[in-house]
Design a protein around this ligand. Structure first.
Ligand SMILES: [Ca+2]
Ligand SMILES: [Ca+2]
Length: 229
């Protein structure tokens, strides 16, 4: 490393630290909480169903913990995901539906319709994460309903996937940390008012194959416009 590089690198590192802390300290102007897991039910705060996945030797099992040593914050509960993708080329997932069934009356008849949660107007997906062992990795997949049938169909509907790994601070293993993913990273999603579900996917070949992660405060956030000096 020459002298010039030796000087520039710390300056760059300091710049990154400052921009990161400014981002984290900004107060959002809008927050849509998808789930805080405090109700310990398999429905999120929008009313959408949530579910894990299990087959022979492969799993992503959701449970809730209100143990003060495990949960996020001083009250309520957090989501605990026990995953196992040790089987070759396996994957397992937990999903939270962003659609809700609603009853309505049409020409005197009660019918059940599917309603999308309108998630427009946000710019960051945020959640709290704790990885007690370290080394867990997963992707977040968002599905958009293109044909309006309320079900995700590969090849017809849109899916966008983001690897969470670059957003995890590995120095914070064992502690709660806030993960912030700009929604622009979900590049294939065109209409945020037609989303079906958000899916946390664990795959063999990505991070540790078996373990537990804790999640809390899954939300969409809008920050005030950045002031350009
Ligand atoms: Ca909670
Ligand atoms: Ca569809």
């Amino acid at each position: 490393m020459n002298l010039k590089t030796a000087v520039i690198l710390p300056v760059l590192a300091a710049g990154l630290l400052i921009s990161r802390s400014v981002f984290c300290e900004e107060v959002p102007v809008q927050v849509l909480k998808i789930d805080d897991f405090d109700g310990k039910t398999m429905y999120n705060l929008l009313g959408g169903k949530t579910q894990g996945y299990e087959e022979a030797g492969v799993k992503c099992i959701p449970t809730f913990t209100d143990d003060p040593k495990e949960r996020f914050g001083d009250t309520g509960a957090s989501l605990k995901l026990d995953f196992d993708v040790t089987k070759n080329r396996s994957f397992a997932f937990y999903w939270s539906m962003l659609t809700v069934k609603k009853n309505t009356v049409v020409e005197g008849r009660k019918i059940e319709i599917m309603s999308f949660a309108d998630l427009r107007g946000h710019d960051v997906l945020e959640f709290q994460l704790k990885d007690p062992q370290g080394g867990a990795d997963f992707t977040i997949e968002i599905h958009e309903d293109v044909d309006g049938d309320g079900v995700y169909m590969m090849g017809i509907d849109r899916s966008s996937s983001v690897d969470v790994s670059p957003y995890i601070d590995r120095m914070a293993t064992g502690k709660w940390q806030k993960i912030s993913i700009p929604l622009i990273k979900f590049a294939s999603i065109k209409d945020w008012s037609r989303l079906l579900e958000i899916v946390f996917v664990f795959k063999s070949g990505y991070g540790i194959l078996k373990g537990t992660v804790y999640l809390d405060d899954l939300e969409l956030v809008k920050y005030p416009p950045r002031e350009i000096p």
